[in-house]
Design a protein around this ligand. Sequence first.
Ligand code: G
Ligand code: G
Ligand code: MN
Length: 529
Amino acid sequence: MVGELSDLHAALEADELVPCFQPLVELHTGRLCGFEVLTRWQSPSRELILPENFIALAEANGLIGHLMQQVFSKAFAAIALLPHPLILAVNISPTQLHHLTLPSQIRNIAEAAGFPLNRLTVEITESALFNNLDRALVIATDLKALGCRLALDDFGTGYSSLSHLQKLPFDELKIDRSFIDKMTSVRSSRKIVAAIVGLGHSMDLITIAEGIETEEQADMLLWLGCDQGQGWLYGKPARIEDVPLIVAAPPHPRLMGLTPGDGWAVSSLEALPTQRLAQLQAIYDGAPVGLSFLDRKFRYVSLNKRLADMNGASVAEHLGRTVKEMYPKWFSVYEPYLLRALKGESMTGVEVIRPSPIPGEPDITTQVSYQPAWDEGDEVIGVSVAVVMAVDKDRAEESLQESDDRQRYLSELNHRVPWIMDENGNTVHMSAHWTSLHPLNKNYVRNLGWLEALHAEDIEPTMKMMRDALSSGNPIDLEYRVKTLDGDWKWLRSRGNPRFKPSGEIIRWYGSVEDIDERKQREEAIAKN
Ligand code: G
Ligand code: G
Ligand code: MN
């Protein structure tokens, strides 16, 4: 029965073509943005017949305009009635892009239904543009002038051509569901999705993933920075009578059950990938450490100026070259660590001695850390390398200062309370947070002055443990009470580790303090009972 032209004529006469509505969801909040309208033929038995059985027939026989009229008017009217300003996305056939009257037809349907065109997205498949770019451009421009948005549908399949993206004024990019389907299992699909999302963002397009069926896919897409999703996970195409229920439902639960308002919405997930990149670049450039990122072939993908200076070449000279090409003599020293990092191992504080970039200058001792970088599928995609000049004799003071600065800089990012102590146990730096706890003035806290803030019973044991640590080099681990500004005593735990010169002597202690008052009070309460 289905597939006969006479049946389609009869169906149109009997008003049997109806819209179904598939939710479009904002990935990072799970909120409903709107619906894609998908046409169904509702047979007299109320069974819904899919478009693959009638769209081509309608196209081939000049009935697609009639079909559009019948379906869109129902869809627009239903959504215009809702209290929420949701958007609708509609599909048009490639054949419709030959008719310059299409925009005015759509406008007439929308006006009759009282649906504002700035809430309409028109989806165009790539194949529609093939051989028809000029007319498509006129139609697309007219639709935009009416206030509609344009989406490139099923992107990545068929007649994919990037020039279409450039030539037509698209607002959205819909990633074909064949890539989403395999992205958690097939590396190449994942890479294609990542590249499409990046491409979309770089062109200021909203990216929408089609065919999301699992949470795992949704998480990966969120991680990649994809904006919206559509698929069975969020809902199958629904009948018109079910739409109000879907609109009234709470947002799809995201991020392990957290909903916006639980405090996560301001996390880095809010940031677009481009913002994240800009932020990383700022950290990169400002870091008092040489930093680089190497790909799997150990090519410099990025590095900061500080590292370029240490290496004695410009940033531009490094980019795209391998470590081996740049530094054939040193490479053998680094290679074993780089290979281990590629296998997933992270290494910190590796001492590497290498020649100075300035001929005749003594060798430079560096401390290097190697961190593998994983992609969204747990595959190592490169190595992040951080290099610090270690203490060589001439620069001892300078580099110590630098290393203290670095420690301070890193520790300000930490919620714990940092301190730095010299080899004799004199405090070089105590964070403002610590000094805000009790009435001692900041200068007084330097050297051994901080002991004054301690409870009388804690001073002697603390000093003994400090002496032991300083002479043995064992880690510091102290618990003591400090008098706070309001006169109470607060329990703190202070832990730190020594930093050694190449010769083996201790040069600095780096540590942090945490507030353990609650724990101590609980212990005391238990002891009393
Ligand atoms: O879910 P579904 O089987 O409905 O969609 C199959 C295909 O039919 C999709 O590629 C979709 O773009 C297309 N399609 C669905 N509704 C319409 C419509 O109203 N007009 C046109 N031209 N294509 C549609
Ligand atoms: O217009 P487009 O080609 O994008 O049409 C979307 C098609 O994808 C429709 O046929 C719709 O029914 C289908 N679809 C939507 N979500 C899912 C999904 O999660 N899984 C699968 N397999 N198909 C989906
Ligand atoms: Mn579509």
